[in-house]
Design a protein around this ligand. Structure first.
Ligand code: FES
Ligand code: FES
Length: 156
């Protein structure tokens, strides 16, 4: 067992776990943050995406030991003071999700992209979200929502 300290959505957490436990299971099972989804478990689908020190990170393929001292943001951490993130607002406006399973990971990729590029092109979006798989094929609406969020200050 190892004692790991990390910040999750701005809150300091210290947990005692096996050091090779994937961050995904610490988030979901230890901390109860079930917005981050398990898709493939092998770093291939993006359903488990979170931000680690601002970078998109596959939580299923990230041993929690490597998160010691890091700052993690999950889908639950995007809302600020009761207000949804502009990307989440745009998602609702464009009615993006179908089954919804891939969507938290998509949104985490989208928010990270908008921090780097305030007004991304379709090509930028395709590139940044190329590792996010959606079996329902919501890609067109995802692009529309990211453009709308960019217009509405989505880089916050
Ligand atoms: S569940 Fe992590 S990339 Fe698919
Ligand atoms: S909305 Fe169903 S997998 Fe993407």
């Amino acid at each position: 067992m190892a004692s790991i300290s990390l910040s999750v959505n701005g809150k300091k957490e210290t947990i005692d776990v096996q050091p090779d436990t994937p961050l995904l299971w610490v988030l979901r099972d230890t901390l109860g943050l079930t917005g981050t989804k398990y898709g493939c478990g092998i770093g291939a689908c993006g359903a488990c995406n979170v931000h680690m020190d601002g970078e998109v990170t596959r939580s299923c393929a990230t041993p929690v030991l490597s998160c010691d001292g890091k700052s993690i943001v999950t889908i639950e951490g995007l809302e600020q003071n009761g207000h949804l993130h502009p990307v989440q607002e745009a998602w609702i406006k464009e009615d993006v999700p179908q089954c919804g399973y891939c969507q938290p990971g998509m949104i985490m990729s989208a928010t990270a992209l908008l921090k780097k590029r305030r007004h991304p092109t379709d090509a930028d979006i395709n590139d940044a979200l190329s590792g996010n798989l959606c079996r329902c094929g919501t890609y067109n609406r995802v692009r529309k929502a990211i453009h709308l969020a960019a217009k509405n200050g989505g880089a916050q």
